[in-house]
Design a protein around this ligand. Structure first.
Ligand SMILES: C[S@@+](CC[C@H](N)C(=O)[O-])C[C@H]1O[C@@H](n2cnc3c(N)ncnc32)[C@H](O)[C@@H]1O
Length: 272
């Protein structure tokens, strides 16, 4: 079956890699996603309970409206997509006037996401969304995708948390499955020697993520991570079982082929 796609466009989205990723996700009672992003893994899995987290307030606000009042959010979003206001007017209103956590802000966030450059989500130091408009031949109102995401959110217990990843990994218990899809580190010299990358999610943060995952697995959870395939990532996750991923398949890493761009790492309680 074709994987479902989120209503949001998102940098680093796993929508194309779902068939390669799913075989590495074991069964478990609760699925924890500390970096939920556009939720492509959430909508393509089938666990009894979810704990979804992201540090982005707007993302979690949209999911809360989808779960708690789909009709209001659909109405607000539909009227924006039908009237097609200027992107920069909506962006200015979003940044200066629209109340935080409102359904209006959730609708404007979806509108900005579908009209901006490549679905990038970026804020300046004042917390203002500052991505420019993109070039789109056709703007698509993702009504059916929103409804389907909302149905998934109400079909099972889903806890939505706006926090740093450490808050939710710390709560993982025996039987939980934690899937981490953090911003990737490049593995350049800067990452290795200074721990610095412009996206602020640097090698030190990735090591902190690794260490928290090991503690969670010692408590009986299973950890699965995605990241780029480079020596720094392999060094940080050297106690994980590593699989290389390309667009069509995932294979145990053996180094004899062209290096794949991405890896999946798995750590189970039997391995610690
Ligand atoms: C690669 S995206 C996840 C994409 C998602 N798997 C999908 O397929 O839609 C990474 C996410 O991590 C979030 N993020 C970045 N730093 C974080 C942090 N310290 N704690 C929690 N979330 C964070 C970003 O806001 C972004 O949504």
């Amino acid at each position: 079956m074709r994987p479902e796609k989120s209503f949001l466009k998102w940098v680093g989205s796993k929508s194309r890699l779902i068939p390669q990723l799913l075989p590495h996700l074991p069964s478990g009672k609760r699925f924890i996603e500390p970096f939920v992003g556009a939720g492509n893994v959430f909508i393509n899995t089938n666990y009894d309970q979810y704990l979804l987290c992201d540090k982005n307030w707007d993302l979690i606000n949209v999911y809360k409206w989808l779960r708690d009042d789909l009709a209001i959010l659909l109405n607000e979003t539909k009227s924006l997509f039908e009237s097609q206001p200027d992107f920069y007017d909506v962006r200015a209103r979003f940044n200066n006037f629209t109340p935080l956590l409102s359904s209006r802000r959730a609708a404007e966030f979806i509108y900005l996401n579908r009209h901006c450059f490549n679905g990038v989500c970026r804020y300046n130091s004042k917390g203002e969304f500052n991505v420019p408009v993109g070039k789109h031949k056709r703007i698509y109102f993702p009504k059916n995708e929103m409804i389907s995401f909302s149905n998934k959110l109400i079909s099972v217990p889903v806890e939505l948390v706006r926090a740093d990843f450490s808050a939710v990994i710390g709560s993982a218990k025996i039987g939980d499955v934690i899937y981490c899809d953090p911003p990737y580190i490049s593995g350049t010299k800067d990452d290795i020697f200074t721990g610095y990358t412009p996206c602020k999610f640097d090698a030190e943060t990735t090591k902190r993520l690794h260490d928290l995952l090991v503690l969670a697995v010692r408590r009986g959870a299973t950890a699965v991570i995605s990241n780029s395939n480079n020596s720094l990532v392999r060094e940080i996750f050297n106690d994980f079982e590593v699989y290389e991923i390309d667009a069509r398949r995932s294979v145990a890493a053996n180094g004899n082929r062209h290096p794949a761009k991405e890896i999946i790492g798995v750590l189970t309680p039997e391995m610690v």
